[in-house]
Design a protein. Structure first.
Length: 553
């Protein structure tokens, strides 16, 4: 029995390594049926390869690679700059010298905007080169021309872009053709020996001059154009409009041409590449801002001209619609300019647009009243309910519409106060516009004394009727003069007529004139206006009779 136990113990010890190795290998569970076996085969997912990490040096796409290479050279970090070059074994000992020479070549001869370089990881696929190559540049030195070729290199930790060794082989030969820049040739040496913010004083002087010279030139040119317009065109509305347009656009256009000329000449003056890139970005932002300002002023002048023509033909509602359209167009121009400026500055506007779409939903919920007011103003103008300049009554308040903004209606009341009404709330208000009327009713009640005879009453009535029907400012077909009532203290005649005017000042002037002539007719007929009589009832207690007495007055 003991011998048998010893034998089993030895066998168990020998099986331990094999069992331990087998435990480390995952085994598929045994299928109890063919259907379970097929199900187990289909439900086991394949292992997904891990996504390669982004390159910490920014070499994942051509644009970022060139940008980071220029930054490394700008701070004279040639050790880091060498990491952006595909160095062969023969080129590795001269890596720093190649980086210096390439920096000098790019400073004097590289003029491609970074925005035109592909920012896709695969590079441009339609440049006629192999898929693992990208062309940038070229470098132009006199009659010599060479392209900078980037190569796509696969590594275990991911693919990166490098300046190809084939391009680096041409650097020493091209470097021999570099000559002194215009700044180095023409500016004093002592200015070139001092620097501010990494740029020599000579470069700063040339940079300022490259702005001032075209600025003065284009300013004088704009003054000459305005002078020619004044002298060449006759004095009329067209000349006034063109002169006003030229004055409004003078400074924006002067700055546009000045900055454009400055950016064109900057690469030819020998400025460092990094400085040219920053100047190009700032210049592009300035151009966007100034161009937007010029467009906004042009829109204002053109819309004002069109609105004046509409107002002259008494088309107030299209004129108000133009005013609303002008403001919306200015808002859209400003938003577009902001996004273009952000794109030039290097901000990813795609992400911003996505965030704007998501944020727009939240803003729409939080700004329901603002959107309601905006749509309310548009609908009021499109429905021709009110327009700028209309005299109207809104909820019992009389006034003139001064402006229709994107949010509210501004009405100047007859008390000369400014009433701001949210455009969205006007859909629930009673709006009475007086501009659409072509005539205004005049109703007058004349009260004569009871001492007037029948002949006098008829004579007064006929004379007043003749007066209102023969006046060209009164609508004769609807005018009437009638004896309406024998009142408590007067004989009443009523005059009803339409005055052919829609202006309240004209209406009051015509009405005043007619009333004066009516008073003359009554006076000529020998009658007087009745004065209101009053009867005072007083309770006087008669001690003898105990009766109440009435005292007439």
């Amino acid at each position: 029995m003991l011998r048998r136990l010893l034998r089993l113990s030895v066998i168990g010890i020998c099986l331990i390594p094999a069992g331990h190795a087998a435990a480390q290998i995952p085994l598929a569970p045994a299928a109890s049926s063919p259907s379970q076996a097929s199900q187990s085969n289909t439900t086991v997912p394949a292992a997904q390869p891990a996504a390669p990490a982004a390159d910490p040096l920014g070499r994942s796409n051509p644009r970022s690679m060139v940008r980071e290479f220029i930054r490394a050279e700008d701070r004279n970090d040639y050790v880091s700059a060498a990491r952006y070059m595909q160095l062969s074994k023969e080129q590795q000992p001269d890596a720093e010298l190649l980086a210096r020479n390439l920096q000098e070549l790019m400073n004097c001869c590289f003029d491609q905007p970074l925005a035109s370089i592909s920012d896709v990881d695969t590079g441009a696929l339609d440049d006629g080169l192999p898929l693992d190559q990208e062309r940038i540049g070229p470098l132009k030195i006199g009659d010599h021309r060479a392209d900078i070729i980037l190569v796509h290199v696969d590594r275990p930790d991911g693919s990166i872009w490098l300046i190809s060794s084939m391009t680096l082989e041409q650097v020493p030969a091209l470097h021999q053709f570099i000559t002194e820049s215009r700044v180095e040739r023409f500016m004093p040496r002592w200015l070139q020996g001092h620097s501010i913010f990494g740029l020599s004083l000579a470069h700063w002087v040339v940079w300022i001059a490259s702005l001032l010279i075209p600025l003065i030139f284009f300013f004088l040119l704009s003054q000459g154009i305005i002078f020619i317009i004044r002298k060449a065109l006759p004095s009329n509305e067209k000349r006034t409009f063109l002169v006003g347009l030229a004055k409004k656009l003078k400074w924006p256009l002067v700055w546009i041409f000045t900055v454009t000329a400055h950016l064109i000449w900057l690469p030819r003056l020998g400025f460092p590449l990094r400085f040219r890139i920053v100047s190009r970005h700032l210049g592009a932002i300035v151009l966007v801002v100034v161009l937007t300002l010029a467009l906004r002023r042009s829109v204002t002048l053109l819309f004002d001209r069109a609105r004046i023509k509409l107002l002259r033909s008494d088309r107030t509602h299209p004129a108000s619609m133009l005013l609303m359209g002008e403001r919306l167009l200015k808002v859209l121009l400003t938003i577009a300019a902001i996004f273009v400026a952000l794109t030039v500055a290097g901000v990813d506007t795609k992400t911003a647009l996505t965030g704007l779409g998501i944020g727009g939903i939240a803003v729409a919920f939080g700004a329901q009243k603002t959107i309601e007011n905006l749509l309310g103003g548009i609908l009021l103008i499109s429905d021709k309910a009110i327009a700028v300049g209309d005299f109207c009554s809104i909820s019992g308040r009389l006034g003139t519409i001064e402006d229709i903004t994107l949010r509210s209606i501004r009405m100047r009341t007859i008390e000369q106060t400014l009433l701001l009404i949210p455009a969205g709330s006007l859909s629930q208000e009673n709006i009475e516009s007086f501009r659409s009327r072509t005539k205004m009713p005049m109703t007058v009640t004349i009260r004569l004394q009871y001492s007037a005879t029948q002949t006098q009453i008829f004579a007064i009535r006929d004379e007043i009727y003749k007066l209102v029907t023969e006046d060209v400012r009164v609508e004769a077909s609807s005018a009437r003069v009638n004896l309406t009532d024998f009142g408590q203290w007067a004989i009443e005649l009523q005059i009803w007529a339409y005055l052919l005017t829609s202006n309240i000042q004209n209406f009051n002037a015509i009405r005043e004139e007619l009333l004066m002539r009516i008073a003359q007719i009554i006076e000529t007929a020998g009658c007087n206006f009745a004065l209101p009589s009053q009867t005072i009832y007083a309770d006087i207690q008669n001690s003898n009779t105990g009766r109440n007495a009435t005292l007439p007055r």
